[in-house]
Write a protein that binds this ligand. Structure first.
Ligand SMILES: Nc1ncnc2c1ncn2[C@@H]1O[C@H](COP(=O)(O)OP(=O)(O)OP(=O)(O)O)[C@@H](O)[C@H]1O
Length: 247
């Protein structure tokens, strides 16, 4: 179980960008965090992972998440990556096992784990390629492979589908669904509202404060969408259908 308790963030002395966000998610499901640009989605996951100063707590199986960071894999937005760093695909994926290195920097079984993870994301042929020479979709698959070798219980991905084609997206979703079947919890910042019902079991709807969190079937409603994206409520006279934001 993943539990956010009253998470608040202020980057400066101004208005908080995240206001007392609380929710509880079951383990072993695929969860999307949705909301408009600037809603605080990336801020929320950084606060949950204790990567930025914040108030509140995040618990994973009743333990503080930062105390069990070993069990968490995080893929930040692509825009935050330094692609000039000289590293190959294979080396990048192996970094996922670095926490298991012995005093000489050797990780037992790492070579096999890296090869297996690259095969899972269909990137085995790119093992020796510099990271800087990958397309956006290929890079995303490699970053997912790095998560896989970590064998984490919780995977947190910030906008993994931005700028990638449908084939790469389908390949990544297949890998993430397999992770879910293996009991992993997967939290994804997501923008494509059309795919939410198909991809995810649970949804967290955010606009600086929590609008709603729960199973997609009961939570991803026109009313909650209107509240999240600041549209008139569907029941209001002459209001546009909230499903219009799908287009
Ligand atoms: N390091 C920072 N310093 C100051 N303000 C920041 C910082 N990072 C984010 N913000 C501000 O906090 C707010 C929330 O940003 P955040 O990146 O969490 O939103 P988001 O929902 O992930 O947006 P997007 O969908 O555009 O990626 C925005 O107004 C943003 O400008």
């Amino acid at each position: 179980m993943l539990e956010a308790r009253q998470l608040s963030v202020s980057y400066s002395r101004g208005q908080p960008v995240l206001q007392s966000v609380s929710f509880t998610l079951p383990a072993g499901c695929l969860v999307s965090i949705i909301g408009p640009n600037g809603a605080g989605k990336s801020t929320l996951i950084k606060a949950m992972l204790s990567l930025i100063p914040h108030r509140g707590r995040t618990l994973f199986d009743q333990q503080d998440l930062h105390a069990v960071a070993r069990h968490v894999a995080y893929v930040q937005q692509k825009s935050g990556l330094d692609l000039t760093f000289p590293i190959t695909v294979c080396e990048c994926v192996a970094l996922g096992r670095q926490a298991d290195a012995n005093a000489f920097g050797h990780v037992r079984g790492a070579t096999e784990a890296v090869a297996q993870a690259l095969a899972q994301v269909e990137m085995a042929d790119f093992a020796a390629r510099p990271l800087s020479q990958l397309s956006g979709g290929q890079l995303q698959r490699v970053l997912i492979a790095r998560c896989l070798v970590q064998n984490a219980q919780l995977l947190v991905l910030d906008e993994p589908f931005v700028g990638i084609d449908v084939q790469s997206e389908a390949a990544i979703m297949a890998v993430l669904r397999a992770q879910k079947r293996a009991g992993k919890t997967i939290l994804i910042v997501h923008h494509d509202l059309k795919t939410v019902p198909d991809y995810f079991d649970w949804v967290v709807m955010l606009n600086r404060a929590l609008i709603a969190a729960g199973p997609v079937a009961t939570t991803f409603t026109p009313d909650n969408l209107a509240a999240t994206y600041g549209l008139p409520q569907p029941a209001e006279k002459g209001a546009p259908d909230a499903s219009a934001i799908f287009h």
